[in-house]
Design a protein around this ligand. Structure first.
Ligand code: AKB
Length: 318
């Protein structure tokens, strides 16, 4: 019996992942947990348990009671929030993740664990085109926690045989749950604003390039990575995956083109500009392509066409 536990399930990635796994693996038992007291509307059909994963006894109890065969550990602070609260970021993104790995080694033989890493692991040393094996010198607290998390995953794999797998996500674009506290969040907000207004004010300079990925591509990446035979995996820190590179100006232009009317981009950079400037614009993802057949389907034009419809439909049903 496949038993799948998702932490941080009410977030942007968790919401889509829960629905995707439910559809693709109908026989699996799924337990969703999140710090929120109740499941959001989109996840109302799932078994749901409120859980602060930083409460280790409570987390251990959930692991003991449910005895998952697969864990998607998504509970984490993103870049903007981590920069404002570095202590909590270290506690949640590193110490709790390490504790989870310890409990897995001690009590859940054979369990597979996925956790999301990020382009935030890169800093100036990687340059604007980040290779899989680039030097990692992140300048954000979030990036520091993600490098530590990756190294822990690699260590627990080689030292204890724990089957930990991970992806370095670029900015994720999706139409269900909103992202919370990241530097790439504008790439989702802009589509919501475009439903009602003809301009959007971005907290980054209009020519700031970053890598992005549409959620359906993120889903197929997680599925392929988790299904790959263990010997095929040559990377046990975290795999680079790339969808497309774009600037805020590119997003606005693509919305204007799709809507057939002008859409203006205004820019008022805040503290997130420094974070964005320290990240690469593009990722080399050859290892993912070779090891488990990674290939994205969506470019910016396709994302815009899809997002404008999906966000519009969601607004009509509210
Ligand atoms: C963020 O902006 O913090 C995240 C990420 C790139 O990991 N979306």
């Amino acid at each position: 019996m496949e038993k799948i536990l998702i932490t941080g399930a009410a977030g942007q990635l968790g919401t889509d992942l829960a629905l995707y796994i439910q559809k693709r693996r109908p026989a699996a038992r799924i337990l969703l947990t999140d710090i929120r007291p109740e499941a959001p509307q989109d996840l109302a059909d799932f078994r749901y348990q409120p859980l602060d994963v930083n409460d280790w006894p409570a987390f251990e109890q959930v692991l003991a009671d449910f005895a998952p065969t697969e864990i998607y550990h998504l509970a984490a602070l993103l870049s903007g929030t981590a920069e404002k609260n570095p202590e909590l970021a270290w506690q949640l993104n590193v110490q709790t993740q390490k504790h989870l790995f310890d409990v897995c080694v001690q009590t859940l033989p054979g369990v597979k664990v996925f956790f999301p890493s990020s382009i935030a692991v890169f800093g100036p040393g990687a340059g604007k085109f980040a290779r899989q094996q680039a030097y990692l010198d992140p300048t954000s607290m979030y990036g520091v926690t993600k490098v530590a998390g990756e190294q822990l995953g690699n260590y627990y794999h080689f030292k204890h045989g724990l089957d930990v797998r991970s992806l370095r996500f670029p900015g994720l674009i999706s139409s269900k749950a909103m992202p919370g506290g990241g530097t790439t969040d504008y790439s989702v907000e802009i589509y919501h604003v475009a439903q009602q207004q003809d301009s959007y004010t971005c907290y980054l300079r209009d020519e700031t390039p970053m890598p992005f990925l549409y959620m359906p591509d993120a889903m197929q990446a997680i599925e392929k990575l988790m299904a790959a035979p263990a010997p095929a995996l040559t990377v046990r820190t975290s795999y680079n995956i790339h969808g497309f590179s774009a600037t805020p100006k590119d997003f606005a232009a693509s919305i204007a083109e799709a809507q057939g009317r002008p859409f203006e981009l205004l820019s008022h950079p805040d503290f997130r500009q420094a974070i964005a400037d320290s990240w690469p614009a593009e990722l080399e993802d050859d290892a993912a392509r070779k090891d488990w057949d990674w290939q994205p389907d969506f470019n910016l034009k396709a994302v815009t066409a899809d997002m404008l419809v999906a966000v519009g439909e969601a607004k009509q049903t509210v």
